[in-house]
Design a protein around this ligand. Structure first.
Ligand SMILES: Nc1ncnc2c1ncn2[C@@H]1O[C@H](COP(=O)(O)O)[C@@H](OP(=O)(O)O)[C@H]1O
Ligand SMILES: [Mg+2]
Length: 314
């Protein structure tokens, strides 16, 4: 799924997501948490404007689909800025383009505005047209700025975990270097297999779908529901082994899942719609309301459990 991107596209996605993430840490420090609305809007728009400008400069021929470049957000402003958000590539052009960057400048906007929370992300994905006509995710990066991590695709169809904050050793990369040596900056990323007998399923903190509670009752392994903000942070938690699956239905858009799905597929995870159909991107209608990400070993249990409770799907 990720082989199509040129080596540079993977690095560029990671660089842009990481830089937008640093910018967002700066917005948090500068704006403070007293006015959540101002902090959310300023974060959304500053990261969006940075990504639009960087993509226009670095990839001038490519189309862009950003959550914050839709015509419906034209009236939104960041603190101290009168400018309207830079618009996305027009639909007619995007739908015939051969390369489209699908970005969520700030996923988990609510968590970004809550002091101390680390479950928010920057998503940068590249979709490329291919011979099949449906296209595919060619590269992707998810920055978790408050966790000092970026998860990214690589040039050989895999994925990597990059430590962006080298001052704070983290348990994930720490075990990879020789004893006593500083942990490497970047390590290969493979989705870990679940422990037998128990499944931890990440769900939305604020809108956990009722059908996931039904699913938890319907399947054999014991299930623990783990509320986490941001689709990117939840999918990253699956890839980092903090949970075993992410199940969502009832509403979402292409930008919420494109970059994390690209990384998940590169890391060997199962990523699909909740009925098992492939995730498709760069459609005319950007709604992509449901998703399942897990280790391939758990996919059939979860897909058949979801089928059993499909009457409860939103
Ligand atoms: N029912 C729904 N309809 C539309 N978007 C939804 C949704 N549920 C979740 N999302 C979006 O998916 C992302 C993760 O949500 P959650 O943390 O609740 O799981 C959020 O993106 P943004 O933060 O970029 O808006 C949120 O807006
Ligand atoms: Mg989002």
């Amino acid at each position: 799924m990720t082989e199509a991107g040129a080596a540079d596209d993977h690095s560029l996605a990671a660089e842009l997501a990481g830089t937008a993430g640093r910018l967002l840490l700066g917005v948090r420090a500068e704006t403070g948490f007293a006015d959540a609305r101002a902090l959310k809007d300023t974060g959304d728009l500053r990261a969006h404007e940075y990504l639009m400008a960087a993509l226009a400069e670095r990839c001038p021929g490519d189309a862009v689909l950003s959550e914050e470049g839709r015509s419906s957000v034209a009236g939104k402003r960041s603190k101290g800025d009168d400018r309207a958000p830079t618009r996305n590539t027009a639909d007619a052009e995007r739908l015939t383009a051969s390369r489209v960057w699908i970005v969520d400048p700030l996923d988990g906007t609510r968590e970004f505005s809550e002091e101390g929370r680390r479950d928010w992300a920057v998503h940068v994905a590249l979709w490329e047209r291919d011979a099949s006509g449906t296209g595919r995710l060619a590269a992707g990066a998810v920055a978790l700025p408050a966790q000092g991590l970026t998860l990214r695709t690589d040039a050989v169809g895999g994925a990597a975990l990059v430590r962006t904050d080298l001052t704070d050793p983290d348990p994930v990369t720490a075990g990879h270097g020789p004893a006593g040596a500083p942990p490497p900056r970047e390590v290969p990323l493979h989705v870990p297999a679940p422990d037998a007998g128990k499944l931890r399923i990440a769900v939305s903190r604020t809108r956990p779908p009722e059908f996931v509670r039904r699913l938890a009752e319907a399947i054999e392994p014991e299930v623990e529901l783990v509320p986490i903000g941001s689709a990117g942070a939840k999918i990253s938690a699956v890839l980092l082994g903090e949970v075993d699956a992410y199940v969502h239905a009832g509403g979402q858009f292409e930008w919420d899942s494109a970059a994390p799905a690209a990384v998940a597929l590169g890391a060997g995870a199962h990523a699909s719609r909740v009925d098992g159909a492939p995730l498709r991107y760069n459609r005319e209608d950007p709604r992509l309301p449901d998703i399942l990400v897990c280790h391939p070993m758990s996919a059939s249990t979860l897909l058949s459990g979801i089928r059993e409770v499909s009457g409860a799907l939103p």
